[in-house]
Ligand binder design. Structure first.
Ligand code: ADP
Length: 729
């Protein structure tokens, strides 16, 4: 017996030693401690119980309280959870970074490996394994999965995160999910009695609208059971224990179908400062503010700067780095500055960098878009600099197009941004606008569904069997006029049958592609054997789905050689074919692509992204039987295929098929006017056709500065329009 005791003791000792020496176990332990300190941790039992009884849980909690990382882990082990847990995100970057984090916390590899419990699926990047229990995905991808499986049979639970962002996709998703949880509609029957649980998570406490929306679906007046709010640090165990017993007793049949839960985050005071005079140049103001903080404010404390987009961020990063040697001299005794960009088009590795603590005696400056507002929590931040601006998608009625516009943010966005400074300690927020400016901001951001082109949304509904789109349950209803405009646009693209307005076969094909209906239609036109230009069209569409591949040429920084090299890529027919020639030249470069990109004033980073998107689009076209295996195998990048004039014309005709209203013609006074609406537009200075007078132009988008510009422009012939409408392609 003594031996046995001794053996047991030594085993325990081994185990302890092992834990000390096993870096993985130690890491796991460290992560567990972090998890346990999150404000949501004490709510785990409450959250689990809420779903034992109810179908829907509405959970509101401060950004950083642990919703996105912890809730899926609380749920996937529940007895009812025999299928997967899906967690949706409005942005790819959040889906990927959360999946990585949760896999790490659970101590399993990420993605396809058989041991992996966590995977992700975002547009152009599918990393899901057979044994994944938790799957992070963008809202768009879950909608895409519903085409294949409208009942979402593989899931027991869908966690809809970041609903406060109110993307169009989240609004659509809530409509479909309401049908599934309430058991209405055909799709719900296909679940064969297996319930689906839905968790709706929001960073704002405004949950009434969501409660009413789901209650209406259950056909009941709002009967809502609230879980008591638990303040961080308050002892809650007793309360929890009793609620466990109670809810388990009554878990069989509950009349309460919806629960709500509030998690209060840790919030330290944030002192807010405004500019005394408005500024015209927020980048300049940000630059000064960052160095002022660095000189005056104590360490530790990283700086988070909210800006509008990748281009502004790259320029400001350069400006800061140029200024560092002048300010942080040996004599100044100032700590170092490490500038980290954070925006959607960055690679995963670059995005992940913001989570690492700064090296010793270094302050991090994170230059971010509104990704960092709620989607991603950056640890270590004590100072926020808020430009007060964001790039917002906006539909222009007269132009019939979506465009990204730099706009003032709403008050609630400004408050979210300010909150980022007070997560770990008292902080400061510097608003680069005046106090009276703040007072004039809109209260909330208008939901995207009221701002954007609805053709994608309507096609999404039609493809999932919603024939009467006016009747579809939506949290906020767009105007009838906007819906009708979208229907008309889809008719023009042949995505709907003109007789009954239901989705056509072509519409179904378009809906399967992860693109806007216009780009989807372009791809399908290109796959027509008469056109025979699918591969080059994919290359161009890939460019339109990535950040700009051409580096902005400023007079002072481009040498003649690079300009000449870049000019060689230009095609006289316009920007579409210029993009194509750049992609093909880059792809056929086998020795040093980075060097090639530099020599041609092309962004290597954007090009890498284009190549990624192109690969995925090719695979998807193959799946959709638009492209055969042989054609794909013959797509040989080593032989630069020069595009003949007729192929070039065919390519442009395909784009015209997808964008039949994005055409402007030259009028006698020498300006261009759109064929619909007769609006004056000018060719954007970035275009290879800038300053040219042509019969007619086709453009991909509008940009607004002091006037309306058409960007990504090509020359077309007016008779092509007639040809298209009389032909079948
Ligand atoms: P919420 O959803 O409530 O905003 P999260 O679950 O996203 O909260 O974040 C909880 C904590 O986990 C935050 O403090 C954040 O810093 C950390 N975290 C989240 N994602 C990552 C990541 N990819 N790498 C490192 N830490 C992360």
């Amino acid at each position: 017996r003594d031996d046995a005791v001794q053996k047991d003791e030594s085993q325990k000792q081994d185990f302890r030693n092992n834990r000390q020496h096993n870096p993985l176990a130690a890491k796991q332990n460290r992560l567990l401690q972090v998890r346990q300190s999150l404000p949501i941790w004490p709510q785990a039992t409450n959250i689990r119980n809420a779903l034992l009884e109810n179908h829907v849980l509405i959970l509101a909690g401060e950004t950083g309280s642990g919703k996105s990382t912890q809730v899926p882990q609380f749920l996937h082990t529940s007895a009812w959870c025999t299928g997967r847990v899906a967690v949706t995100q409005p942005r790819r970057v959040a889906a990927v970074s959360l999946a990585r984090r949760v896999a790490e916390e659970m101590g399993t590899p990420l993605g396809k490996s058989p041991q992996s419990l966590v995977g992700y699926n975002v547009r152009f990047d599918d990393n899901v394994g057979k044994n994944n229990r938790i799957k992070f995905l963008t809202e768009g991808m879950l909608l895409q999965e519903m085409l294949r499986d409208p009942a979402l049979a593989e899931y027991s639970c869908v966690v809809v995160d970041e609903v406060h962002e109110r993307s169009v996709n989240v609004d659509l998703l809530l409509g479909f999910l309401r049908g599934l949880v309430t058991g209405t509609g055909e799709a719900a029957k296909k679940r064969k009695g297996k319930p689906l649980k839905v968790v709706v998570m929001s960073a704002t406490a405004d949950t009434e609208k969501l409660k009413d929306f789901f209650s209406e679906g259950f056909g009941q007046p709002p009967t809502v059971d609230s879980i008591p709010t638990v303040n961080d640090g308050e002892p809650v165990l007793d309360k929890e224990e009793t609620s466990v017993e109670k809810s388990q007793e009554s878990s069989v049949l509950s009349s309460n179908k919806i629960s709500t839960c509030f998690v209060e985050g840790r919030m330290y005071p944030v002192q807010t400062e405004y500019l005394s005079e408005p500024t015209r140049d927020f980048s300049e103001a940000a630059l000064l503010q960052i160095f002022q903080i660095h000189r005056k404010e104590p360490m530790p404390g990283d700086i988070l700067v909210f800006l509008t987009g990748g281009d502004v961020i790259t320029n400001l990063q350069q400006a800061i780095e140029d200024m560092i040697p002048n300010v942080i001299t040996k004599d100044s005794g100032l700590p170092k500055l490490l500038v980290l960009p954070l925006y959607a088009a960055l690679s995963q590795a670059q995005q992940q960098a913001i989570f690492s603590p700064a090296p010793p005696n270094t302050r991090k400056v994170i230059l971010a878009t509104n990704i960092a507002e709620t989607s991603i929590t950056v640890p270590g931040v004590r100072f926020v600099v808020d430009s007060g601006k964001a790039k917002i998608k906006q539909f222009r009625n007269r132009l019939g197009l979506d465009s990204l516009l730099v706009k003032d943010i709403s008050k609630s966005s400004a408050i979210q941004r300010q909150g980022r400074a007070g997560r770990e300690a008292a902080g400061k927020c510097f608003r680069l606008y005046t106090k009276s400016n703040f007072e004039t901001l809109e209260k909330d951001t208008v939901p995207e569904i009221l701002r954007c082109d609805l053709s994608s949304a309507v096609l999404t509904m039609k493809a999932r069997g919603v024939n009467d789109v006016m009747d579809f349950p939506l949290l906020t209803r767009p105007s009838r006029e906007a819906m009708e405009r979208a229907l008309l646009q889809l008719l023009q693209l042949d995505a709907l049958n003109p007789e009954d307005g239901n989705i056509s076969d072509l519409g179904r094909k378009i809906a399967r592609l992860p693109l806007t209906p216009a780009h989807g239609r372009t791809i399908i036109a290109a796959a027509d054997p008469e056109m025979g230009c699918l591969l080059p069209v994919i290359d161009i569409v890939a460019c339109f789905n990535s950040e700009n591949i051409f580096v902005e040429v400023k007079d002072q920084d481009a040498n003649d050689e690079a300009r000449e090299a870049r000019n060689k890529l230009s095609c006289r027919q316009g920007d579409h074919l210029t993009l194509l020639s750049a992609v093909q030249a880059y792809a056929s470069e086998r020795t040093d692509r980075k060097q090639w990109a530099k020599q041609h004033l092309v962004s290597h980073r954007s090009m890498q992204n284009v190549m990624d998107v192109r690969k995925q689009l090719r695979a998807q076209c193959q799946q959709a039987k638009l492209l055969t295996k042989e054609e794909l195998a013959n797509a040989d990048d080593d032989n630069l295929a020069t595009v003949s004039e007729s192929t070039g014309n065919n390519i442009l005709k395909c784009f015209l098929r997808g964008f039949p209203t994005n055409v402007a013609r030259l009028v006698p006074d020498g300006s261009y006017r759109t064929i619909h609406g007769h609006m004056a537009v000018a060719i954007h200075p970035s275009s290879v056709l800038y300053g040219r007078k042509l019969e007619a132009i086709l453009y991909n988008e509008f940009v607004y500065t002091n006037r309306t510009y058409a960007r990504s422009v090509s020359a077309i012939q007016m008779n092509w329009l007639e040809e298209i409408y009389s032909g079948s392609s």
